[in-house]
Unconditional design. Structure first.
Length: 315
């Protein structure tokens, strides 16, 4: 097996927490060859998807965790699989890269996750396809809509559609002093879509991440507890991760979303849940593998590699 990994610079990651590194490590344990690429290494030449790749060797050493070989231009379609693990922002450059990867897919490689799904399934907006398991939610540009939603629920969360790690998430309550400026900031004066959801006080018990491998939930979740004075559980926003077994309501949400993930060729996803409500569906570069593995002895990245093998065998 020969796989490519498109990711942010490997020189800047923390291998103790990084899910992409764990995927690379498990692929290497299977004696797969790993080719390293960053987004600017992708290109098209006369209808052929290409990549300026470097052979990657990984080490479990926090002082020296990788070696890279010489750069070679390869046909991306000649790889067995490509892991697209570039973190958001989901901007037009990201979209352009999915066009290249979709061509690579047509030319032979299995891309995880599907480039079409990466474009179609915005991590915030895709929840609208599952209203029965989500909190009350609106997506709009209009200030009047946000104000009416706030009037209805009294306490809401508003956020951009293209953020990650808890960036630019605001809690608004009736009577807050900065309602107008928050709406103006998120919608850029009604020129950009944003989202609002009913505030769920269950966030104090954690914002849970359910990892999905080929439509099936990992048996354990990571509850991300907000730091003192925070409403965001994101680890990037100072939250603390605590692994725990999947609950009955977590499983119900996973069973609702899982078949649709399979239908869209999304092999690896992260469902964010507060209480018994689904708030986001992460498909670009879901994390939390290392934290769950450490607590329960799972090997989620290896499960993903086996899912990739099964998918390739079926082809």
């Amino acid at each position: 097996m020969k796989i490519g990994v498109v990711m942010d610079p490997i020189s800047s990651i923390n291998i103790k927490k990084d899910s992409t590194f764990e995927m690379i490590w498990q692929a290497q344990q299977l004696n797969w060859e790993v080719e390293y690429l960053e987004m600017n290494d992708l290109s098209i030449d006369n209808g052929v998807a290409l990549g300026d790749a470097r052979r990657l060797t990984a080490y479990q050493d926090s002082e020296h965790w990788y070696d890279l070989g010489e750069t070679r231009r390869i046909r991306l379609g000649d790889l067995d699989a490509i892991l697209m693990r570039k973190d958001p922002p989901f901007d037009m450059e990201f979209v352009y890269s999915t066009y290249i990867l979709e061509l690579a897919e047509e030319q032979g490689a299995l891309v995880v996750n599907s480039p079409k799904a990466l474009r179609d399934c915005n991590e915030k907006a895709y929840c609208a396809w599952f209203p029965d398991v989500c909190p009350d939610t609106i997506i709009t540009r209009k200030s009047a809509d946000f104000r009416a939603f706030l009037e209805k629920h009294q306490d809401i969360i508003v956020k951009p559609l293209d953020g990650m790690g808890g960036a630019s998430i605001f809690r608004m309550q009736t009577g807050s002093a900065n309602i107008g400026v928050i709406i103006e900031t998120l919608t850029h004066h009604e020129t950009t879509y944003a989202m609002a959801q009913r505030y769920m006080p269950e966030i104090v018990a954690g914002d849970k991440r359910i990892l999905m491998v080929n439509g099936e939930p990992v048996p354990y979740v990571l509850a991300r507890l907000p730091a003192k004075g925070e409403t965001r559980g994101n680890l990037a926003a100072g939250g603390r991760g605590v692994a725990q077994p999947l609950s009955d309501t977590d499983r119900k949400i996973a069973e609702t979303v899982g078949p649709e993930l399979v239908k869209r060729n999304i092999l690896f996803a992260g469902l964010d849940v507060i209480g018994d409500r689904l708030t986001e569906i992460n498909v670009t570069s879901p994390t939390c593998i290392k934290e769950i593995n450490a607590e329960y002895g799972t090997n989620i990245a290896l499960d993903l590699m086996h899912a990739i093998q099964t998918k390739l065998s079926a082809r």
